[in-house]
Design a protein around this ligand. Structure first.
Ligand SMILES: Cc1ncc(COP(=O)(O)O)c(C=O)c1O
Length: 296
């Protein structure tokens, strides 16, 4: 696979209030965020010039920073504007948007009270996480070796860099075995989420999804619940045991990057992407592109 490294591209990155040429948007190696994961970020998508649920994402970024005990030195409105301006500056109308905030290099150590808080926003073209043919067939997932941690163990409501350590290890292991992703259980053994997306199951025309009490309650997850309810589909948020997967007929994952992606396999359990998954996939695709739910 030929890679275009992310530090060697054309374009502009918004860094601490200014546009910086892409290759010059650098940090020092003694940056607290790099050593101690004092870093929070967002993943957003712009469709046809509009960032879907932009303010909800920015508010979550601020909330994540607050949970990690730092304050972003801008307002939500300023970051919203900066996200839009970064896409415009790069001449993009359909792209992925990545705001990130982190502690700087004034102090290195567990205590980092005097560090400056930095914010950067980068945008790039990122069509679909999974190609359309794979999506329609459903992707294959295996079980992750790590579990989502107890809220007493980690700041689980934050979209914080540190929480992705177990996701990257789990996804790499899955990919080595030929799977697209890994499904994580939580610290109690309940089904939780994939490494970068929430999960839904279908049984008798009803949606079942894990209760987000120890992992991110994704913006896409909440959007899909609203779409389903708008269509008169019942949605049950509850703890789901691994063994229950044998009783579900369809499964799909949802997230800003993954959008709505049907799943054909989770470890020993198999599913067939059906009417409900494909309909929600299409309705979500229409909604994010600005078409009214009723028209979709
Ligand atoms: C671990 C994890 N869970 C869930 C999600 C879905 O969140 P959202 O729909 O807000 O993108 C993401 C993506 O950000 C994620 O990384």
């Amino acid at each position: 696979m030929s890679l275009v490294p992310f530090d060697d591209r054309d374009g502009w990155i918004w860094l601490d209030g200014q546009f910086v040429p892409w290759r010059e948007a650098k940090v020092h190696v003694l940056t607290h965020g790099l050593h101690y994961a004092s870093s929070v970020f967002e993943g957003e998508r712009m469709y046809g010039g509009e960032i879907f649920k932009l303010t909800e994402h920015t508010e979550r970024l601020f909330k994540s920073a607050e949970i990690l005990d730092f304050k972003i030195p801008y307002t939500v409105a300023e970051i919203d504007e900066a996200c839009k301006a970064t896409a415009a500056k790069n001449g993009l109308t359909d792209c992925y948007v990545r705001p990130i905030a982190w502690r700087g290099s004034e102090m290195i150590g567990v205590s980092a009270q005097q560090t400056k808080i930095h914010v950067a926003i980068a945008v790039w073209e990122w069509p679909s996480y999974f190609d359309p043919a794979t999506k329609a067939k459903g992707i294959r997932l295996t079980w992750a070796k790590y579990q989502r941690p107890d809220p007493k163990t980690a700041p689980v409501a934050a979209k914080a860099a540190g929480l992705y350590m177990i996701c990257t290890i789990s996804k790499h292991a899955a990919e080595k075995d030929g799977y697209a992703d890994a499904m994580m259980l939580d610290y109690r053994g309940y089904v939780a989420e994939a490494t970068g997306a929430n999960v839904f199951f279908v049984k008798d025309g009803v949606l079942h999804t894990p209760k987000p009490d120890c992992f991110l309650d994704g913006i896409t997850r909440r959007t899909v619940i609203d779409i389903a309810k708008g269509k008169g589909i019942a949605v049950i948020e509850r703890h789901i045991q691994k063994e229950e997967l044998s009783g579900f007929t369809e499964c799909f994952i949802v997230g800003t990057a993954a959008e709505v992606t049907p799943v054909s396999e989770v470890g020993e359990f198999t599913f067939t992407p059906g009417k409900l998954s494909l309909d929600l996939m299409d309705t979500y695709a229409a909604l994010v592109r600005g078409q009214a739910m009723a028209e979709a």
